[in-house]
Design a binder for this molecule. Structure first.
Ligand code: ZN
Length: 385
C-alpha cells in the first residue's frame, strides 16, 4: 500500500483510465468499419453508418489532446474535431500494438502483439516488433485473420496505402496481411494512391498510414515548433485526401497513440538504479510501457522493488493483476506468457529509460505507451467526401 500513499502525496492520478475494450478502442473502430462496409457477422460498437467506400487515415502519434491544443496548425482537422470524438488506443499505446488492433479488429490480449519489445517465450529473447526477427514466423506469432482478409472475403476491395518500406515488414505480415498494398513514399503519393485505389472498386476499404508526425515528436518533442509545422502537413494531407476520394466515400481520421514530452526529472534510468535491475532477466516494452521479465522465482521481489522505487510516478502491476484489471482486454491464454511478470505504465510525464541498453530510445524527447490520457486518447474524425 506504499504505492497508494505515494500517489496521493505526488498529486498524480491514482488510478489509470483503462481502455473500454469492446466499446471505444481502435479494435472496435476496425470492427465497426467492417460492419459499416457490409462484412457479415462483424459487430458495430461505434454505430458507424453503412458506406460502400471508406478510407481510414491513421496518423502516427496524433493524440487527441495534442490536436485540441494545436488548433491553429491544423484548421481542417480541428474543424472536424468540433463534431468528432476520441477513442482509446489500447495498452500499450504504441504503434505495433495499435496497428495490430486496427489490422485485426481485436484487442491486444487477443492478437498478442503486446508491445514494442516483447519476450518470445520459447527463446527468452526480446522481439523488437518494428525491426522483427527472422527466427519468429509472423504467421505463427499472430495467426488470426486481419480486417483486410475479412473484407476481401466479403468481396470488398481491401487496400493499404503506406510507405513501400513497410510492405514486407514482420508487423505488416503479422497484423495487416491480405491487403492490396499500394506503396506511397510521399504525402502526395498517399493522396493519389488512396483516391485511385478506392475509385477502382464499387465497394472498398482503404487504410492510409503516415508516420512522420510521430518521428518528429520523438526527436523534437510534441510541444516543439517542429511538431506543429509537421502537424500542418498532416492537416493538408487529410484535406487533400478528403477532396481526392470518390464522392460518397467516408473518410475517418484516427491515430495509433498520443505522446508526452518527458522532462529530465521524469526519467528513471533502469541502468543507473540497480534496484530496478535486480532479479530482472529482460526489460521489455518501452520507457512509458514496460514489460519486466523476472528471473525464475524473482517476480514478487521485482514487483515490490519497482513499486517502492517508482512510487506514484509509474503504475506497476503483476501480470495477473494487469490481466484481471483488463489492461490488454480479454487475454488469450496462448499469448499470456508474452506479458511481463511485472507490467509498468508511466503516470504523468514520467518514463523508465535504460540509457545503456537502449541509448537511442532513451534519448528521445517525446514518448508514449502508457495508460495516461495523453497516450491513450486518439481522434475519431469523420468527413464525407
Ligand atoms: Zn512512436
Amino acid at each position: 500500500m506504499t504505492q497508494h500513499r505515494a500517489e496521493r502525496a505526488s498529486g498524480l492520478v491514482t488510478v489509470p483510465e483503462l481502455p473500454r475494450y469492446g466499446q471505444t478502442t481502435l479494435a472496435d473502430l476496425s470492427q465497426s468499419l467492417l460492419a459499416s462496409a457490409g462484412v457479415p457477422a462483424e459487430p458495430n460498437p461505434l454505430g458507424l453508418p453503412q458506406a460502400e467506400r471508406a478510407c481510414l487515415l491513421v496518423v502516427d502519434g496524433l493524440g487527441w489532446e495534442l490536436l485540441r491544443s494545436n488548433q491553429a496548425a491544423a484548421p481542417f482537422l480541428s474543424a472536424l474535431a468540433e463534431s468528432g470524438s476520441w477513442l482509446t488506443a489500447g495498452f500499450p499505446a504504441t504503434t505495433v500494438t495499435s496497428l495490430s488492433s486496427l489490422g485485426t479488429g481485436r484487442p491486444p490480449g487477443q492478437h498478442g502483439m503486446l508491445g514494442y519489445q516483447v519476450r518470445v517465450p520459447s527463446t527468452g529473447l526480446l522481439l523488437n516488433a518494428l525491426r522483427w526477427d527472422k527466427s519468429v514466423d509472423p504467421l505463427a506469432w499472430q495467426p488470426g485473420t486481419t480486417i483486410f482478409e475479412r473484407a476481401a472475403a466479403a468481396g470488398i476491395g481491401a487496400f493499404r496505402i503506406a510507405h513501400g518500406s513497410f510492405r514486407q515488414s514482420g508487423l505488416s505480415v503479422a497484423a495487416m496481411r491480405g491487403a492490396d498494398y499500394r506503396p506511397a513514399d510521399t504525402l502526395g503519393a498517399l493522396v493519389a494512391r488512396a483516391g485511385d485505389a478506392l475509385a477502382s472498386r464499387r465497394r472498398g476499404l482503404a487504410m492510409v498510414y503516415s508516420g512522420d508526425l510521430d518521428g518528429t515528436g520523438h526527436a523534437c518533442g510534441c510541444e516543439s515548433a517542429a511538431w506543429r509545422f509537421q502537424l500542418a502537413h498532416v492537416d493538408m494531407l487529410a484535406e487533400q485526401l478528403a477532396s481526392a476520394l470518390p464522392t460518397g466515400t467516408v473518410l475517418y481520421v484516427t491515430a495509433d497513440h498520443g505522446m508526452v514530452d518527458v522532462p529530465p526529472e521524469g526519467r528513471y534510468d533502469a541502468d543507473a538504479l540497480p534496484q530496478l535491475r535486480t532479479g530482472v532477466a529482460q526489460l521489455g516494452g518501452e520507457p512509458r510501457a514496460r514489460h519486466i521479465y523476472a528471473e525464475r522465482g524473482a517476480a514478487a521481489d521485482v514487483l515490490a522493488a519497482w513499486r517502492e522505487t517508482l512510487g506514484g510516478a509509474v503504475w506497476v502491476a503483476s501480470r495477473e493483476q494487469a490481466i484481471d484489471e483488463g489492461w490488454f482486454g480479454p487475454v488469450d491464454e496462448r499469448v499470456a506468457d508474452r506479458i511481463g511478470d511485472v507490467v509498468a505504465a508511466a503516470n504523468g510525464s514520467s518514463a523508465v529509460v535504460a540509457t545503456a541498453a537502449e541509448p537511442r530510445e532513451s534519448a528521445l524527447i517525446g514518448m508514449h505507451g502508457s495508460l495516461a490520457s495523453a497516450d491513450q486518447r486518439v481522434p475519431l474524425l469523420t468527413y464525407v467526401s
